[in-house]
Write a protein that binds this ligand. Sequence first.
Ligand code: GCU
Length: 619
Amino acid sequence: MKLLSATLHARVGSQMLRCLVAAALLVALAGTARAESASIVLTGADRRPATSLNGEWGSIIDPYFSGLFSFHHVEKKNGWFMNYKAKPGDPFPTEYNFATAPKLKVPGDWNTQRASLLYYEGPMWYEHDFTYQPKLHTHVFLHVGAANYRSWFWVNGQKVCQHEGGFTAINCEVTGALKPGANFVVAAVDNTRLEDGVPGLETDWWNYGGLTREVSLIEVPETFIDQYDLHLTRGTDSEIEGWVHVVDGQPGEKVEIEIPELGAKQTAEADSSGHAELHFSVKGLERWSPETPKLYKVELRTGIDSVNELMGFRTVETRGTEILLNGKPIFLRGVAIHAEAPYRTGRAWSDKDAETLLGWAKELGCNYVRLAHYPHDETMLRAADRMGLLVWSENPVYWAIGFDNPKVLAKAKQQLDEEINTSRNHASIILWSMANETPNNPTRTQFIETLASRARSLDPTRLITAALLVRAEGNTKIVDDPLGQALDVIGMNEYIGWYEGHPDSADTTQWKIDYEKPVIVSEFGGGAKAGLHGSESERWTEEYQAAIYRHQLPMLNRIPQLRGMSPWVLMDFRSPNRPLTGIQDEFNRKGLISEQGQKKAAFYVLQKAYENHAVGKAE
Ligand code: GCU
């Protein structure tokens, strides 16, 4: 008995102790409890240890958003974010229950998970239970790789943040909302296209909605590194420069960078704003390139925080009409890629999706990919770093958006900042694209010039581009869009042989490009249904599409400033603009490969041209 009571006392004692600790934690956390805060950028979030929240989440479709707004559009206090557990005798009927609601896989768009949701545009609620043990002196962030298009987040019924933009990562601080043991997170995601959105109402891709990329909890210490940039100084192969930013550090906080393989270690002091500049020499660095995609382990440390990065070091610049990679002229043999998942379709997000898509690009003979028309997932950029593919990354300023609306400019800047500050350390990215096919008028030009100068100030180490529209005078194609003056590299889209003329129209087309700058043909091509065969003059056959490519290549070679190309498009992708029954069936069929992996004849035409360096000046 004695032993039992002693054990009992011990157990009660330790139980009491646990309660006291938990209570103390709660008090401590409450002290740090931050109400709703804005999402922050965490550079290299994917390199930090994380607790995955991926999996099946309860989901409730809410077309009228009545879970958040009562009549007269007033935000509710006890909305569906409360995950209210009905109790017997409750005065008010609870008319929703996440536990019994259908599930949605996270990550993943909802459109391809349920036939009834294929066309759905509107609010969707998600809920997920998780356990957590709060730690002292720790910030916890809810990390969402992307949520398309607007999103709101609550933890244990407390609003933690909201975000707009469907293709950049969200990092919500949730420290003050967490409690020991059982917790729950609720998200509302609304993919409704907005007149003042970025992109706007019109796109030629499916408006996949939902928590479309991975979700996790990331813990960082009280003082942590939120952003950093390390790169090779242009014109050198041994000077590394950059900066690290520390949050809540002490004045003079020490920052250390170590590259073990190079025996390099460098320290610097953060200034009062937490910014530490770095510049140091290394010996024996192997510069990153498509041929030698060398990545180094780089450890960034400050006090009690560290990030273990994987980085390549290279330089990119222009000289006249040349693009120089590591000081040498390069021709970008590329292809354009949408984030459409091969085989299963829907929004791509996984390593497997990335390796399949970029594996096809490598098989095509590419050294470059245009990741259209929005920032792709970090998995895609990590794969491009590993596989040696240069990247054109793009802010979704697409076609006609509200160029005259300051709110739209603010949204475009916010997404540009998030894109660059999240992904600035990928050696693969060499081009920041400001826009695609925007109408040539002074308001638009000023809007995008503002973005271009912002991109240059955020990242002077890369090249600024945009895909411009081309005009025609007879059979002369003219590129004289004034926006070109703000660009380092001129991107231009043309569809000779598809939207105009026939494949052999390219044979007699002349070009007049008013810029002595490098030019990338950022789109050309035509549609074909995989397996449909016929004569070269029959649209939608593989033979017709192959003929477009055969006639395009010699024409492109007549453009003296041509320094790259990214034909449209690697793989067929879903779009509501492409209904032709039996041929398109709501897929844009300009892919060189079908969404089921069937390579079309044009794939082999381009592959041969790349293999024989038949296009572009020999490097
Ligand atoms: C445009 C646009 C693409 C679109 C393509 C097409 O150039 O940039 O997003 O898919 O044309 O018409 O297929």
